[in-house]
Design a protein around this ligand. Sequence first.
Ligand code: GDP
Length: 310
Amino acid sequence: MYTVFAGGVGASRFLQGLCQAVDPAAVTVISNTGDDVEMFGLHVSPDTDIVIYALAGAVNPDTGWGLRGDTFAVVDQLQKFGYERWFNLGDRDLAMAIHRTRQMREGRPMHEVVGGLAAAWGLTCKVLPMANETVRTMIAGPEGEIAFQEYMVRLRTEVDVRSIRFDGVEKAKPAPGVLEAIGGAEAVFIAPSNPFVSIGPILAVPGMREALANTRATRVAVSPIIAGQVVKGPAAKMMTSLGYEVSALGVARIYQGLVDLFVLDVEDRELAPAVEALGMRTLVTDTMMTSMERKRELAEDILNAIGTGR
Ligand code: GDP
């Protein structure tokens, strides 16, 4: 069994490769729900849906989120009634939010709802939310605290991030199946996701770090920073404003003590000794997942390095 701590776009690319390299039925995704947002009265789970759409082969390849070929007539029309238009929720994407919201209002726990959505998209891997309770990633900037999607989408990350807080996390518990997926795995992967706002909320759920500390699985992290830059998103900006070195080594420092193997891009090969000095093994390989083949090869390289896989 292979378990993956996952955010959105970076994680979904990694998962596409892993699900080709191994039987997807052996893969469990632990999805970040700290990004979730209430929009137009609907519960939207951006990271979870990116992963489901990507694994179903339906994600919009141009953006990495949303559905390929989706249209935006509903959000356009909602402006007539005074709704703000900053959050792009496609017309077909809305179906997911409607169904999720209805089921949650009927009292179904999040892990069952997410499991049902993934199954409806034909996935055979297991997709679990990190927790069933509400956790909200809050970004503190110069003008106070805002919810993550406001920072990310409405303000286009143009805010100096002073600190990050996961509202509600102290009352959250790993969703049913999460601890078992960590404890019973051969390998636990921290996907190349944003360490602060994608992996951070998952690790902040009480019990999660202990589960990672106690598992016999090989724990692997893939750097989302290549040659001192992000492939996309605000991770580098956040590293700078939160006082971390913007490099794969900076990421390795964040995960120090949590992982056994740290995967660096070939462009960062000279950082390997410094990462190893933090007490982890390294694998240097091409981590830029530009094609389906590269995604699969990255997963295979890692599986070979840890001596597991098909
Ligand atoms: P988000 O929630 O949609 O922002 O997605 P994630 O947190 O899962 O992923 C964002 C991170 O993925 C960014 O820091 C990117 O640098 C990283 N990323 C995206 N594509 C790739 C890739 O092909 N290779 C690597 N190594 N990192 C990637």
